[in-house]
Write a protein that binds this ligand. Structure first.
Ligand code: UDP
Ligand code: MG
Length: 333
């Protein structure tokens, strides 16, 4: 390991463990909320979240990460600081995406237990005490299953497929990886933070560090204001992150499909030769189209394969550059 890496690790460690003084003042719970253009949701969110937290026995902090919003999210957050002690605002240098923003929140959270949630009130803050109950029972990762999920049929189907893939790959049988209202123990958070992967999917990564995970049902509501930040393209990119980040299966499937195509190709060639001999040259002229069809089929397969390989290579490239997952502009605490 190079000196540079050592220094970086030490720095990571000091943000994770904090100073002696810092450790004494640690809250029990950190609530981490990524925010991207959520100016209209902050007031209704805080109006429900802070009373819930105040009713707890535990001490707490709320770490809001402004993920390079183009609206007044940062201003609204900062204007809340005076009236809301315990609110920490982390302002990222630009938009890095939801999972990177959560990582930034993790890095600046100090709680023994960390709870993540969305800013749009799709995750009701009233469910937080249930997550804490699971922590008290000794669980170190509290997953959640959305009951009455308020999303489009397309999103639900996509999630179902995703969940099945992660379950297969990670071997940990959680039903719903998509809901961001989740709880992580400090040990799990530290484990996640030591994986500065350029692109990641936190609920899936967390399962690798948990010894005693549990899943509890939580309610799910409609987005309070604004639009979902996930376009079809972003969703697709997230699925690719998940697939390539946690599984080598696509590469293996590629191998099998490639082998299958090659065998089919050989059989088809033999068939064409036989037909040519049996039916004569007259048939062969019409057979041109059969050949074309076969050709396109194989070319298509090859492009698909190349694309998938490219996807992995692109990610390897990003990983070896060791770019930071997020860059903090300023911290207001
Ligand atoms: N978010 C973020 N950065 C982004 C996109 C989203 O911090 O680039 C936040 C967003 O503000 C919200 C959460 O991530 O708090 C979930 O986003 P959204 O509600 O758009 O996702 P959906 O509910 O449609 O999955
Ligand atoms: Mg949402």
């Amino acid at each position: 390991m190079t000196d540079n890496n050592n220094i970086q690790l030490q720095q990571n460690q000091s943000t994770i463990d904090g100073t002696q003084e810092d450790r004494k003042n640690r809250p029990d719970i950190s609530v981490v909320i990524p925010m991207y253009n959520e100016e209209k949701n902050i007031a209704p969110l805080f109006a429900r979240l802070f009373p819930v937290l105040s009713s707890l026995e535990e001490t707490w902090e709320v770490v809001c990460v402004n993920d390079g919003s183009g609206d007044s999210t940062l201003e609204v957050l900062l204007s809340n600081r005076a009236a809301r002690p315990g609110l920490v605002v982390v302002d990222l240098a630009r938009n890095f995406g939801q999972h990177a923003a959560v990582m930034a929140g993790f890095a600046h959270s100090r709680g023994k237990w960390v709870i993540t949630m969305d800013a749009d009130l799709q995750n009701p803050p009233e469910e937080i005490p249930n997550i804490i109950k699971s922590f008290r029972q000794g669980h170190d990762l509290v997953g959640t299953v959305r009951i009455n999920r308020q999303d489009t049929a397309f999103r639900k189907t996509a999630s179902r497929i995703t969940n099945r893939i992660i379950t297969r790959v990670s071997g940990i049988d959680l039903k719903d990886f998509g809901c961001m209202l989740r709880g992580y123990s400090r040990e799990v958070v530290n484990g996640i933070l030591q994986n500065p992967e350029y692109r990641t999917f936190i609920p899936a990564l967390a399962t690798f560090f948990a010894h005693n995970p549990v899943e509890i049902p939580v309610r799910h509501e409609d987005r309070a204001a604004g639009e979902s930040k996930y376009s079809l393209l972003k969703l697709f990119s997230l699925q690719l992150d998940l697939m390539t980040g946690f599984s080598m299966w696509p590469l293996r499937i590629l191998f099998f499909v490639g082998t299958g195509l090659a065998i089919t190709g050989i059989l088809l060639a033999v068939l064409l030769v036989v037909l040519r001999i049996v039916l004569g040259a007259g048939w062969a002229a019409e057979g041109v189209f059969t050949l074309f069809a076969a050709l396109f089929f194989f070319i298509g397969g090859q492009f698909f394969a190349l694309g998938l390989l490219g996807e992995y290579i692109g990610r390897i490239f990003q990983a070896v550059r060791k770019r930071p997952t997020f860059l903090v502009g300023k911290i207001y605490s």
